[in-house]
Design a binder for this molecule. Structure first.
Ligand SMILES: NC(=O)c1ccc[n+]([C@@H]2O[C@H](COP(=O)([O-])OP(=O)(O)OC[C@H]3O[C@@H](n4cnc5c(N)ncnc54)[C@H](OP(=O)(O)O)[C@@H]3O)[C@@H](O)[C@H]2O)c1
Length: 268
């Protein structure tokens, strides 16, 4: 019997979002979660906010669970597994959210564990993350189901092959930045036309949220939905023509593609 069902190495922004989601969605209770962070202030914040057990070192986490989430910054990974010599229990599942760290590299730190690499985005904070994940192929179907239930507590999770992880980085990892720019630009146009800034931002953001839900919940192609809101000789098709003229579509393709290229160059 494990002392804790899941443990987190690192308790920063990403770990906190995951922990909040797991508790909110009843995947694990607070008593089933343990996490660690070197600083007293982080430990205090996490134990007071979520009521989970906090400790100082990664070794204390891996001693108490066989489901370990690695959520430290990439440069902190060698400190955890080499300098501090943290070892995981044989057969543990190690779920790494560390950007750019390959399954093979993670496996070199935890050779007796099963490795899952996840690329989340920061929308996990509001339980609406979009993430790709890949594994070392050693997990049983039951273990895969458990991993999916953990990831799906904080958003949409799609299994991909490892060579697609750089594409995931651009498509969903970094894309919130571009979408915030779109919301801000739309709000500017609203302000230009007399809508107060605060309302303009909320209306632009809600329009993006609603559009995303329409795509996900109706299953209809985005182009089909676009056609449905463009009446002949109407206002919307004027905007669509202008967006095309100004290169909205190619700007978005170029932004995501450039991110993917940068991610590939950093992974090499
Ligand atoms: N944030 C995102 O949107 C995002 C998106 C995709 C992927 N990721 C990945 O998620 C990982 C974590 O990112 P983050 O934004 O959550 O970073 P963060 O907020 O800086 O959190 C890092 C955590 O690691 C802890 N830590 C540092 N050294 C440690 C050690 N030796 N042993 C145990 N814990 C240690 C820190 O402790 P203290 O609090 O005591 O300093 C902190 O709680 C990164 O690898 C990043 O690539 C993040």
């Amino acid at each position: 019997m494990e002392e804790h069902s899941i443990g987190f190495i690192g308790a920063g922004k990403m770990a906190e979002a995951l922990i909040a989601g797991l508790i909110a969605k009843d995947v694990f209770s607070k008593d089933e979660i343990i996490a660690c962070a070197p600083s007293e202030s982080t430990r205090k914040h996490m134990s007071e906010t979520y009521g989970i057990k906090m400790c100082q070192t990664a070794a204390e986490v891996t001693a108490e669970t066989s489901m370990v989430v690695v959520a430290v910054k990439p440069k902190q990974v060698p400190a955890v597994f080499v300098d501090e010599g943290t070892v995981t229990k044989r057969g543990s599942i190690v779920l790494s959210v560390v950007a750019g760290l390959t399954v093979e590299k993670m496996k070199s730190y935890v050779p007796d564990s099963k490795v899952v690499r996840v690329m989340p985005n920061h929308c996990v904070t509001v339980l609406e993350g979009a993430m790709g994940y890949t594994t070392d192929g050693s997990l049983t179907p039951a273990e895969m189901t458990e991993v999916r239930s953990i990831l799906e507590a904080v958003g949409l999770a799609v299994e991909v092959s490892e060579d697609q992880m750089d594409a995931i980085t651009g498509l969903s990892g970094s894309s919130p930045a571009f979408l915030y720019m779109v919301i801000d630009a739309m709000a500017d146009a609203g302000v230009l036309n007399g809508i107060p800034r605060k309302d303009a931002i909320r209306l632009a953001a809600q329009s993006m949220l609603g559009s995303a839900k329409m795509v996900l919940e109706t299953g209809r192609h985005p182009d089909q939905l676009k056609d449905e809101v463009c009446s002949p000789a109407g206002t919307t098709i004027e905007g669509v023509r202008t967006a095309e003229d100004m290169g909205l579509r190619s700007a978005m393709i170029a932004a995501v593609d450039a991110t993917i290229a940068k991610s590939r160059s950093m992974t090499k």
